[in-house]
Write a new protein. Sequence first.
Length: 196
Amino acid sequence: MHSFFKRAIAVSAAALVLAAPLSGCSEELLDELLYYEEESSQSASSGASGALSSEGREGPYEVVKIVDGDTIKLMIDGEKKNVRLIGIDTPESVHPDSDKNVPEGKLASDHTKELVGDSELYIEYGTEPQDRYGRPLCYVYLPDGTMLNEKILSDGYAKVLIVGKNKEYKDRFYELQDEAKAEGRGLWSTGVFDSD
């Protein structure tokens, strides 16, 4: 909720509290207004899943395939495109050099597939919208507003990888990584990230 409207609600509620004894305004109405202000504040501050704003998001787009843990093939404007999730890196599972593929890569890929299910996804391009391979670089969102990049990090199936100017959620990503590592979530218990 915009801060202007939040302030307006707070001021209105305060005015009603002061005027209630004079106007006979019911306590139920005052409680409802104060409850609405409290709920609005909590909603605005509960962006743990990345669902802070839908501005700048495009979609929904059909999922063609989960390529691996950090890459998803989406149908965008009639074209199949491998979308690289910004800010995260999962172990390899489909690398052309098979020596780089590890069992944990398959686990990461399966985890991303499970999170996505049969959902259509929304995307938010980064400051640098594509990588050197021409892949779109995006923050990807589930229909409920959960940022997939964050969820994969939080569950411990990726580590942070910041490249170029795409630093929009950098601090939040490191925070989620630290929590997952400290609690040994997902692949952090396997030691796969320690070898990098």
